[in-house]
Design a protein around this ligand. Sequence first.
Ligand code: RIB
Ligand code: CA
Length: 309
Amino acid sequence: MTQPMIIDTDTASDDAVALVLALRDPRVDVRAITVVSGNVPVAMGVQNALYTRDLCGATVPVHVGADRPLLREHVFAHDVHGADGMGDVGLPLTGRVPAAGHAVDVLIDEARRHPGELTLVTLGPLTNLALALRKAPDLAGLYRRVVMMAGTADGSGNVTPAAEFNVYVDPEAADIVFRSGMPLEMVGWDVSRNDATLSPADADALAAVGPLGEFCTRIQRRLVEFCRTVTQLEGFDLPDPVTMAVAIDPDLVTRAEDRYVAVETAGVHTVGMTVVDHLGVTGRAPTVRVVRAVDRGRFLAMLRTACTG
Ligand code: RIB
Ligand code: CA
């Protein structure tokens, strides 16, 4: 029994590896890929998604979504992923044609067509999903799972001391989603940092399994620099792929907690923070399953399996 899935992405170098994981895993039936502005402008994200899809020999429709956050100005991540978002390694990332239909309408229509069946995996800012919820409030009860690379559960951010990129870019959209009542699973940047960082030796081992492994490591060229100079990680971390791995195989999770989580939209120093109520001091019922740890060895094995052949 395959898991029907929709992937919402701001396709850059780590998103691309998450797409490879999903598109190559027989347990997953990717119904659509929807693209949102985030790491790179949405048109660039669409090309990066189409390139990666074609590389995997898939024909999944890729739809254009929101080209900016709900209220705020763009914040891109070219400093993290490169000018083209894919490590600036000279890939031919132009000229591919997306599917008709706006991403927001696809998120609504597919869920209404298959109520209670679909898993939605979000890998970028939550602008598309927030717009879909505003256009179709019934959406909150129509997805079976919503697995998000979003926020951080230990207060450490990668854009500011408090905020992770996807939530920082569009905190108002994240606030709408986190308050929606959807069946939310949050895989924060803390999990990526702790359990999904590949050392140079891990990267060499992945590259050695074949052309897809070489692709998944080569496009992290700019991310390696960002990790070395900013996040102080040796090698590179893979937040979106570990989120996708959790969506594909929930048994990967070794620790998770049901928590009430709020999104800060006004703080001078904390805007974009996912405020996790670890002690229950708000008295509010939990709204999110917060993943805290995964089986790193199993995650690395999933990457190698997806890239083999
Ligand atoms: O903070 C990491 C997240 O921001 C990942 O989704 C990465 O692709 C960027 O979008
Ligand atoms: Ca992303």
